[in-house]
Design a protein around this ligand. Structure first.
Ligand SMILES: *[C@@H]1O[C@H](CO)[C@@H](O)[C@H](O)[C@H]1NC(C)=O
Length: 381
């Protein structure tokens, strides 16, 4: 009975099944389908969150690593290190310095700087004058100092010369080691891609004008400043050796003072050179003073049109001999400085000018005191 009742009870459910199943089956399919849709949505929502989360996860280590310099950032290329010191030897340095951007659309603001390269034995007696000259012009200049290899400079952290000493080598006057030192200075300065103009100075050099004047004069010049003369006689063509051919011909032989100001293109040309370097190193030895011939000749072969063919550094050779006059305390007057500032004539951007020199040498350390006194009035800083 109970069974029957049960059966009785069930008939409706028993009789319906086929009907119910017919109507439930699409419902189940729909349910499963809906569940699938919902779970798919769920998964996609979760995975989107996961991606965000994972991005944060992958970003976090990158920023951590970049502080350890393991991942390259643009900044690591464009920001010069705070110290000019490094652990590269000369071949490594020259090779590294020859890596140059070729795309002149910078993805950052590039303010072109002037690199002031001091070729010294060690001390810089005119540092106080230079400090005053550079004051207020941060971001428009860089400084590099080449000294005797074991000289330790002791500038305080407030000085513009602080940590500007580069790894240096011994230099012999008039020999290839002099050009190597100049090339070393150029290569170090080229590491900072903001450096656009490169001035070579000695410890006996002083600026003849204020920073803005010099920056403007150099940056607006169509030419680089390096002496490059075809000179007859024993001190000119007489120093040429036919062994330097065929790369260097007698007609290409040039002479100029070693104190130059050149642009980035020429600086790169100099540090890239292997061919002329070998010729000059082997065949231009005293009494062929290589620092007077190597750069003037090779640039005049490759880039003659880029040279103003004069130097920006005034030197007094009037007394003759192998070394120019050195000026001490007693001769430094307003009239003396005005005379070397303006009493000349030359071409500037192919126009006649009486401003031909921006720097002067040689000065004895005793000249510092009167120069500091006169500089605001006469030199403009
Ligand atoms: C610089 O170091 C490299 C690697 O040790 C070496 O091959 C090269 O000869 C060195 N160059 C100079 C000029 O010392």
């Amino acid at each position: 009975m109970g069974k029957e009742e049960g059966v009785k009870d069930t008939p409706p459910s028993n009789s319906r099944p086929t009907n119910q199943c017919r109507s439930l089956l699409p419902m189940r399919v729909l349910q499963v389908f809906l569940m699938l849709v919902v779970s798919a949505l769920g998964i996609s929502v979760v995975s989107m969150h996961m991606i965000k989360y994972l991005k944060i996860q992958t970003l976090a280590p990158t920023t951590l690593i970049s502080t350890c310099d393991e991942v390259t950032t643009l900044e690591s290329f464009i920001k010069p290190p705070s110290s000019a010191w490094h652990s590269m030897n000369d071949s490594e340095l020259l090779w590294r310095a020859s890596i140059e951007p070729r795309r002149y659309e910078y993805p950052f603001k590039r303010v072109p700087k002037m690199a002031f390269m001091f070729l010294t034995k060690g001390p810089l007696p005119f540092a106080p004058l230079w400090e005053r000259f550079f004051k207020g012009h941060e971001g428009f200049y860089s400084i590099y100092v080449h000294t005797l290899p074991d000289y330790k400079s002791d500038f305080s952290s407030s000085s513009v010369f602080y940590k500007r000493q580069i790894p240096s080598q011994h230099v012999a006057w008039g020999e290839m080691s002099m050009c190597e030192a100049e090339r070393r200075l150029l290569a170090n300065a080229l590491l900072d891609i903001s450096n656009e103009w490169f001035v070579l100075l000695s410890e006996a050099c002083i600026p003849l004008r204020g920073f803005d004047f010099i920056y403007s004069y150099v940056s607006k010049s169509r030419y680089s400043f390096m002496g490059s003369a075809d000179e007859d006689g024993p001190y000119g063509r007489g120093r040429y050796s036919y062994a330097m051919g065929p790369e260097v011909q007698l007609s290409q032989w040039r002479k100029g003072s070693q104190w130059f100001e050149i642009n980035r293109e020429l600086a790169l040309y100099i540090i890239e050179d292997i061919v002329y370097y070998r010729k000059f190193k082997e065949f231009c030895r005293p009494p062929c003073y290589v620092d007077e011939h190597y750069f003037p000749t090779m640039i005049s072969i490759g880039y003659s049109d880029l040279l103003a063919k004069r130097t920006l550094t005034w030197t007094d050779w009037s007394k003759g001999g192998p070394h120019p006059t050195t000026f001490g305390k007693s001769v430094i007057t307003e009239m003396f400085l005005k005379k070397i500032q303006e009493d000349h004539s030359c071409l500037y951007n192919d126009q006649k000018s009486h401003v031909c020199y921006l720097f002067a040498r040689k000065f004895d350390p005793s000249a510092l005191e009167p120069l500091l006194k006169l500089s605001p009035k006469v030199l403009g800083f």
